[in-house]
Design a protein around this ligand. Structure first.
Ligand code: ZN
Length: 644
């Protein structure tokens, strides 16, 4: 994400401040802005530039009439005889129709507009600097229909009506500089709940008005994790406030824009969904980035782990605070297994390889910190992290900057450690495993309980006390060992039963039926399907019992229910067309990508993708979400082939 020419510009100019006043015409995906830009010349030069993709400019030069502006479609060049040490400013207006990085979505006549800078480049909608190393103070003012909420980095210092328009102008203030990829805005219809951290930072939780009952379950533990991280990191949260906003069809799980995390609304869950896939991990991860990534930023992708490894590690520490030690060690164990598997398949890389997989950047990165702390001790580790943040705040960093801080306090060289854990290609699997086994009896037990080769012990494991994780493992390996008593376990074990016990003996029928009452949409989905298959005579009973359950935001239970119903001829026989229309309806572009993919898949499975479904599949091909696009292209190719 860094090219040489960008890095050179940072040597001779420092962009100080960029104030932009923005307006939108959503119907034509248009953004227009007025920009005030201030920069200081570090070395005499005749030109500096901002990245600006496909923009039209109207120029209003201010501070110096000798300054000329030139637009080449990729960059806005600012030309003059710039003198070293001098500060200059320019003002200009621009118009853009961004193809990426800023997205306009319409649902039920309401607009949602949101941005994604990292990997997409903010310069598609705001003239800025693609190079992460030049940090600028961005102050945005946004005018939009007054019925909407506008959320931007920094503090909202005021909103005022726009003359002769049904709009409000919202004025935001950032006090500190940031890399351009972290500039963000969200416009949409939201409710907001606010808490205050122990240290006095306002924490704002946004939610769609119709999701007011999901606010608590979605944002559960937010304040606890915020307070924990401030304490654990030992460096005060660096920004004025912290806002979290869910959006439709986000490109990733979440994005840590400075003081404004944007996340996928698939994580907006009710209290049942919370048990299956909650926002806690993503919440903690993006929050940790506010220090590691936003305050100190990796100079180049070679050092990407300084962002992702730290965010993953500190998220894990936050989760340990909530879910306990076993949870923590189990996550570390899972990543050791995955990293080992990656090496076996020949896809392992050095942590400093810019082309590393996410698994390497995130999980190996987190493991480096866990192993390092284990080596140098808590006191040295924590103080070194604190010193590192203090020294490099609002600047950019390399791996050696962090390691040197640790070495200074540790008093010894860490070069052997660095070679083994960071530089070399192979992940030190055996050593990682040894540390883990030393620290956790829970992991020892989990590893010992193994029924890959079935033994007489396996039935005993399910009877007596081993952890739920270990029981779930046994069930996945030998599902036929499940007897009535095993159903008396908790949610995780019962989830494993619903997943792996697909042939249900008559003797377990009533136990199995009780799974439909569990507080887990994964359990309910699997149990409904397996019961429907195993007991054809009872199908109406199962359908009746689950008729009002929707499931996650991708409606996992509802869609399965519709398909099973359509395949149960005698149940609700007079309403089949209505149910089929409902299923096809979910392929429409007014729904989230995940739901649409689910609906397309089911329609393909029952060979019932009609004209409406096919035309929705066509429109899906030009969606901004690459997963939906890839899926739509594949499915329509398959449908074509079947036709021929
Ligand atoms: Zn991250």
């Amino acid at each position: 994400m860094l090219s040489i020419s960008f890095a050179q510009q940072a040597d001779y100019v420092d962009f100080k401040k960029l104030e932009a006043t923005l307006g939108f015409v959503p119907d034509s995906s248009k953004i227009q802005g007025g920009v005030y830009l201030e920069f200081k010349i570090l070395k005499k030069t005749d030109s500096v530039y901002l990245d600006a993709i496909d923009m039209d400019f109207k120029f209003f030069v201010q501070s110096d009439e000798n300054i000329k502006l030139k637009n080449d479609g990729e960059k806005l060049w600012v030309k003059s005889d710039f003198e070293e040490g001098e500060t200059y400013s320019v003002i200009f207006n621009y118009v853009a129709y961004p193809k990426k990085a800023l997205y306009f979505l319409k649902r039920e006549d309401a607009w949602q507009i949101w941005t994604q800078g990292q990997g997409k480049y903010t310069s598609n909608w705001l003239p800025s600097i693609d190079d992460v190393n030049d940090k600028i103070e961005f102050d945005l003012r946004v005018a939009f229909d007054k019925a909407y909420n506008v959320v931007v980095n920094g503090n909202l210092i005021g909103s005022e009506p726009v003359k002769d328009k049904e709009e409000s102008l919202h004025v935001f203030d950032m006090q500190k500089p940031m890399s351009s990829y972290l500039v963000a805005l969200v416009i949409g219809k939201y409710n907001k709940k606010t808490e205050t951290s122990k240290s006095g930072i306002p924490l704002e939780y946004y939610c769609y008005p119709e999701d007011s009952l999901k606010v608590e379950s979605t944002y559960r533990y937010s304040k606890q994790m915020f307070d924990f991280l401030e304490e654990e990191i030992g460096f005060a949260y660096p920004w004025q406030n912290y806002k979290q906003v869910p959006v439709h069809d986000f490109l990733y799980a979440g994005m840590e824009n400075t003081s404004l995390t944007i996340f996928s609304d698939a994580f907006v869950v009710d209290s049942i969904g919370f048990n299956d896939k909650n926002y806690v991990n993503v919440n903690a991860h993006e929050l940790a980035h506010q220090w590691f990534g936003d305050l100190v930023t990796a100079k180049s992708s070679k050092h990407h782990w300084l962002q992702e490894g730290f965010a993953t590690y500190y998220a894990l520490l936050s989760e340990r605070e909530i879910f306990g030690d076993d949870y923590y060690y189990f996550k570390l164990y899972e990543s050791v297994v995955e990293l080992g598997r990656q090496d076996l398949s020949g896809n392992g890389t050095s942590l400093l390889n810019p082309k590393s997989s996410s698994l390497t950047f995130y999980q190996r990165g987190a493991w480096v910190l866990y192993a390092l702390r284990n080596k140098v001790g808590d006191v040295v580790f924590k103080q070194a992290v604190k010193n590192y943040l203090e020294k490099y705040q609002l600047a950019s960093v390399e791996t050696s900057d962090f390691i040197s801080e640790v070495e200074r306090l540790y008093g010894r060289s860490l070069s052997t450690f660095v070679n083994l854990w960071i530089k070399q290609k192979a992940f030190p699997y055996d050593m990682a495993f040894a540390i883990l086994k030393r620290q956790s009896t829970f992991i020892n037990e989990f590893v010992q309980v193994d029924c890959e080769a079935k033994s007489s012990k396996c039935a005993e494991y399910l009877k007596y006390y081993v952890s739920d994780e270990a029981k779930a493992k046994v069930i996945s390996q030998v599902p036929e060992l499940v007897i009535s008593n095993v159903f008396k376990n908790g949610l995780k074990v019962r989830q494993a039963i619903a997943k792996h016990v697909t042939k249900i003996p008559e003797s377990l029928k009533s136990d199995y039926e009780s799974l439909l009452n569990d507080k887990s949409y994964i359990t309910i989905e699997n149990a409904l399907y397996n019961l429907w298959i195993n007991f054809p005579l009872e199908r109406s009973k199962y359908l009746f019992k689950t008729r009002n359950i929707v499931g996650f935001s991708d409606k996992n239970v509802r869609l399965l229910w519709l398909v099973l119903n359509l395949n149960t001829p005698y149940y609700e026989a007079d309403n089949k067309q209505g149910l089929y229309d409902e299923l096809v309806g979910y392929t429409n572009e007014k729904y989230n990508a995940d739901l649409r993919i689910n609906a397309f898949q089911y329609l393909d499975l029952i060979k019932a993708c009609n004209e409406k479904c096919k035309s929705n599949l066509e429109t899906a091909k030009s969606h901004h979400n690459w997963r939906l696009v890839k899926f739509a292209k594949q499915l329509s190719e398959q449908l074509e082939q079947k036709k021929n």
